[in-house]
Design a protein around this ligand. Sequence first.
Ligand SMILES: C[S@@+](CC[C@H](N)C(=O)[O-])C[C@H]1O[C@@H](n2cnc3c(N)ncnc32)[C@H](O)[C@@H]1O
Length: 309
Amino acid sequence: MPSPFVDHPRKRIVRERWNTPTLRWLHERWGAKYVYLGLPGPEAHDIRLWREMIEQVFAFEVETESRGNPRENFEKLIYNLTLLDVPHTVYHGCLEDIVLWKEDLDGMEFKLDTFITLFNLDFCNAITGKVPTPDGRKCWRFEAIREMITVQRALYRVTGASRFVMLITAYDAFHRREMERFISRRDLASEIQTVVEREHAVKLPNSSLYRNTELLRLFMFDFLRAYLVGQNVKSFFLPAVRFIGRTEWSPMIHFCVVCAMESLESAHVVDEQSAGDFVGMGMVTAEDRGLTEGSPDPIALLTNSWVGR
Ligand SMILES: C[S@@+](CC[C@H](N)C(=O)[O-])C[C@H]1O[C@@H](n2cnc3c(N)ncnc32)[C@H](O)[C@@H]1O
């Protein structure tokens, strides 16, 4: 797969026309600057764009694959964050490894003591990929997200902060094994089940990575929401945005989920957004010049949900 990391018009459209209005609206509503955790990339385009809304950055950058200096992108990111004059901590290595092993490639301990209010998990790979864990087993990339939500739970107890937003971007394909498990479940919401049956009318091929954006968005909604509910986190998912990465070989899918952590002592959170609502929202497509005509306004969707109350 060619590297989809380089900035390009479709990515800019997602950042500027979908994320920026959403983040500005939440920032004004919450009356607070964001504590960012994510993958800004060496040029830190997102931090640059949202600089006035961000007060602190926790960033991760993997080793550079090309010959030469493997620390190049990591060092460039630190340089750019320093120029942007934003307080920052940059971890060297793969986010999933660092979150699960609690240490980066340079031996720096990963220990969050601040409640994160903006996650920008701009993964370049499939969400169903696996990474090794400290106990020897291999786990999903998703498990790192679950671990971070668990850490948020502990920080919520200390800080009282409760609201956060998660932006998640992944390669628009999934590993056949994981999808087979998903589509053979018998406890899916009926609206999801209907789509699964329709989409799955065609048998999954034998290749290990398979693309079906409709199934992937439902898979993401189902799993991520189950993790959030498990931690008593109320969520609202905006429609998924699909776009072609740097080349046609790198289709991507993007999610924006607004969350509010509730006390564990309170009754289990009620999913105010039904699976049917999410299925019915459909998807948005980002193209070179904008979002496809007729795309919904994210602010109108938020205003009409529990987030707007
Ligand atoms: C898509 S780019 C960042 C784009 C940026 N967030 C934006 O909005 O423009 C992702 C960056 O994160 C790095 N990266 C991708 N997956 C990673 C992972 N799992 N852990 C650490 N760094 C990762 C890549 O090397 C790349 O520089």
